[in-house]
Each structure stands twice: as structure tokens, then as C-alpha cells.
Design a binder for this molecule. Sequence first.
Ligand code: FAD
Ligand code: EPU
Length: 335
Amino acid sequence: MIQENVNLRPFNTFGIEVCAKRFASFSSISELKELIAQRNGDPLLFLGGGSNILFTKDFDGFVLHNEMTGISIVEETESEVRIRSGAGEVWHDFVLFCVENNFGGVENLSLIPGSVGASPMQNIGAYGIEIKDVFVSLEAFHIESGEIHSFDNEACKFGYRESVFKRKLKDQYVISSVTFKLTKLHKINSTYGAIETELAEKGIKSPTIKDISNAVIAIRSSKLPDPAKIGNAGSFFKNPAVDKSVLEKIQTNYDNVPNYPAPEGKVKLAAGWLIEQAGWKGKTFDTYGVHKLQALVLVNYSTTKGSLIYDLSTAIIEDIEAKFGVVLEREVNII
Ligand code: FAD
Ligand code: EPU
């Protein structure tokens, strides 16, 4: 059913109140095709959980909410299992399905909000794992031709919070299902410092994938705001990769600058650290601000205008460039 003038507040984790000219949900390719046939030239916006989007204005077009569900095992051996998930499944429910069935590989990605279908869009990652590490292929509906195309790992061109669907193929495809490769021979990844600390505090020496999942849930809950209570879309900016000379310049003024190796001889800086050093952490402007426990997360305390949060992000980008010579890039999709 197509609805008109729909308030999108329940459909974005920032909790921004904007109006969509038309809105409909679909749970199959045939429903999707029928809806697209009725677009009447309107711009389309495909929404999963709305957890990586900031609406800065009303959407004068057709919002299509993905509700294609279903998780099935498509191949299984003694050591490995391939699982296909509908794009509309909740990502964390998929992780719990894997953990409960003893299929390893996604436990470090516990509690990331949003849908399975959006997970390849920015190659979601956390605590030492990205979905490209367990990704086999996806099926996507090509809007222009109405055909279903399959993409393997290479075709997706995954990078840090990147894929071909954010670049060359932007707005051309609707991801309908994703197939992952999980292992029964678990490779525990607890290298991320906070996981080791969490396990040590619990006295766990030989962690199971369930222990890792629980540790990640505990760490995330301790510093990331719960969107059900405080509007946010996780990290607002990406961690920037810079030339070593940029890091060295910052190190002349600061001790212990967090940095990590990055491709092409660059170093990755922690944007949260830069924003905190610049004095933004915990800053509040009545209805919105910078989270007090994680400077990379912009928050909406009450249904403020998305444009105010966007303007705050611009002010932060300009300040970080002036203070550190580093240009931050937004991770969140701006509409
Ligand atoms: P949406 O916000 O609905 O959409 C995001 C983009 O993908 C939009 O451009 C949309 O049009 C497009 N899209 C969505 N579904 C489809 C589809 N089926 N086909 C084609 N295009 C589609 N991200 C991380 O990587 N790591 C984290 O640790 C992390 N932590 C977070 C913590 C919090 C508290 C929050 C709120 C967010 C966090 N995020 C994190 C960001 C977010 O959860 C992910 O980007 C997630 O994959 C977004 O899923 P979604 O379904 O909500 O996407
Ligand atoms: N830091 C600060 N101050 C802050 C925040 C962070 O100094 O306010 C420092 C920390 O002390 C640490 C470093 O920055 O030295 C990294 O911090 P953290 O481990 O919290 O991770 P992050 O870089 O802030 C990234 C991802 C998260 C992901 C976590 C865990 C990006 C943009 N963000 O955050 O992803 O969950 O690592 O792996 O890469 C998201 O993409 O939405 C997201 C939440």
C-alpha cells in the first residue's frame, strides 16, 4: 500500500521528523517491481533500518522500505556453512542466528544496527572484522532494467566503509539478499584491546564466539548511545587515512596520538580523538550535540532539524582542518 505524506521519524535512528511525499514497504521482488512501476518519475530512496542516514529536509519522492526477510542455509560441509539472508532481516538478529547455531565469523559485528541489505553498502565493520571477510555474494535488483544481478566479493569493490554501491553504482541497485560464509572451526578474534580487557574482567581465558559476541555487546553498550533513547547514526565521520608527515606534525604537539597502519603507506588517525582534542566532545546545543562518551557520534536529544546536525558536522570538519590539517569525511548518508 502506498501512503502519502509520511513522517519518517520512526524510520531513521537520528529520530529526525521529515515528510516523505510517498512511502511503501515491499517484501518481494514482484512487490518491488509493482511499486517502481508507479514511481511517476519520482526520485526513489531505499531504506533499511535508517541507521546511517541524516535527513536534512523533507523527501520529495518515493521511499521504499525493504522488508524482504528469510534466512536459509544454502550449503554446508563439516567445517563451513553458507547462509543467505534476505536484505530486510535485522543485522543483529542475523548475527545472533549465527552465534546460536555455532557458526563463527560475524560475532565481532554484534549489535550494529540496521539491515542485512545495507551491510555491504559501506562494508560494515567493528572490532577487527568487516563484512568483506565473510561475504560471498549478493543479489541485487537493477532499477533501470528490472534484472537481478549477482555480485561476488571482488565485484563489490569493498574498502574501509566503502563499496561500489556507494560509488560507481550509486542509486542503481536494490540489494535483495546477501550470502555469507561462516565457519564451524572458530577463529576467535579478540585482538581489539577493549575485547581483551572485557574478557579478562570476566575471567574468560578461552572465549567462545558467544563470549566474543557478549563482550562486543557490553563494550558497545558502554560507549555508544542507544538510538531508542538518544538519536544518532553511529560514527558520523570516517577515520581519516593521512600521510605519515601529517601524523608527525600532530605528534610535535601531542603525546600518544592514536594511529594505525593504512593501505598505500598511509596511517589512519582516530577521528574521535581529533574531535575530542579540539574540545567538541560532550558539547551540547540544547537539542543536539556531540556525544559525551564518543566524540565521533553526533546526537539528537529531541526532534531537532537534521540541517542543524549537518551544520554542526560542517563546523567540526572546518575546525579539525584548521587545527590539525586533516579533512574529515562524513560516513553518514546525507539526504
Ligand atoms: P539505512 O540507513 O537504511 O541505509 C543506508 C544507505 O544504504 C542508504 O543510502 C540507503 O539508501 C542504502 N540502502 C539500505 N538498504 C539498501 C538495500 N537493500 N539496497 C540498496 N541500498 C540500500 N556501522 C559500522 O560499519 N560499524 C559500526 O560499528 C556501526 N555502529 C553503529 C552504531 C550505532 C549506534 C548506529 C546508530 C549506527 C552504527 N553504524 C555502524 C552504522 C549503521 O548501523 C550501518 O551503516 C548499517 O549497515 C546501516 O543499515 P541500515 O539498514 O540502517 O541502512
Ligand atoms: N577516541 C578518543 N575520544 C573519543 C573517541 C575515541 O580519544 O571520543 C580514541 C580512542 O581512545 C581510541 C581511538 O580513538 O584510541 C579509537 O576509538 P574506538 O575504539 O572507540 O573506535 P572509533 O575509531 O571511534 C571505529 C568505528 C566504529 C566501530 C569501532 C569499533 C569508524 C568511523 N568507526 O570507531 O564504527 O564500532 O571503531 O571497531 O571507523 C560506525 O561506523 O558507525 C561505527 C560506530
